[in-house]
Design a protein. Structure first.
Length: 266
């Protein structure tokens, strides 16, 4: 009962009020010091009176959208006319700042055509179990790869990627057909959407194989794969697979033509 009769001291004691006043004085002094600094300068050390001019920040216009605020979509072009509608960068929705639209492109067939082509590259990097779902990590890898491409070539990495997608997909492939109980391989043309899909997959697969248990990082391997594929170099994994697929399709086409000519002659 005696402890209940003791009156607690007020919270605003002398020590607390002095601390609050010190904080207020510090804020006022800092604000007054900032008022005397010229615009365009920043305060590094008020006690020493040093003033350092801030670096101008790059201005991003609202009308021009850039990937990661650096690379523009304005001057992109597709030399292969058959792939114009399948490498998506013409629409305003495809000109994204960050390749993370969270769209449900699998709901209907051919809907992934409207997915930004950089995001399709990011999605293809999230494969093989331990990388599944780590989209922010994949975005970071692609961003670093684009930085390397811009540093090595001096060109817009988006245009380099468009050129690589055009070159990486096989234009002719082989399929199995059954004629009278006999299975044959016949050469067929490849659709434009399948060409884009195969090109993106092969580039990511080649970069993943090149960095596995190696010193080089995945960003460096992806940048090297994209640059080699854009130049049609045999050092690219996608170009080697494309040449192999087209070579087999060509041999199957010649076999089919010779068999057809022999049947007509009989």
């Amino acid at each position: 009962f005696f402890f209940l009769m003791i009156r607690r001291p007020p919270r605003s004691t002398q020590g607390v009020s002095s601390a609050a006043s010190d904080v207020y004085k510090r804020q006022v002094s800092t604000q007054s010091t900032w008022d005397f600094i010229k615009p365009g300068y920043s305060m590094v050390d008020v006690k020493k009176g040093e003033e350092v001019k801030e670096e101008p920040k790059p201005e991003i216009s609202v009308s021009e959208q850039k990937l990661f605020g650096k690379w523009s979509y304005a001057d992109l072009k597709t030399e292969d006319k058959s792939l114009e509608g399948y490498i998506s960068f013409q629409q305003m929705k495809s000109k994204v700042f960050v390749p993370h639209t969270a769209g449900r492109y699998q709901q209907r067939g051919f809907r992934k055509v409207i997915c930004p082509f950089v995001e399709r590259l990011v999605n293809s990097m999230m494969m093989h179990g331990r990388n599944a779902g780590k989209k922010l990590m994949a975005i970071k890898i692609v961003k670093q790869a684009f930085e390397i491409i811009n540093l090595m070539t001096g060109d817009n990495p988006l245009q380099v990627l468009v050129k690589a997608i055009e070159n990486g997909g096989a234009r002719e492939d082989s399929t199995r057909i059954q004629v009278g109980g006999v299975i044959k391989r016949q050469a067929v043309d490849v659709g434009p959407l399948r060409r884009v899909n195969a090109s993106i997959y092969m580039m990511c697969f080649g970069a993943r194989e090149a960095t596995f248990r190696k010193i080089k990082t995945i960003s460096e391997c992806l940048a090297e794969e994209i640059m080699n594929c854009a130049k049609n170099s045999v050092n690219s994994y996608a170009i080697r697979k494309k040449d192999e697929t087209e070579r087999l399709a060509k041999s199957n086409r010649q076999i089919f033509i010779s068999q057809k000519q022999s049947m007509n002659s009989d």
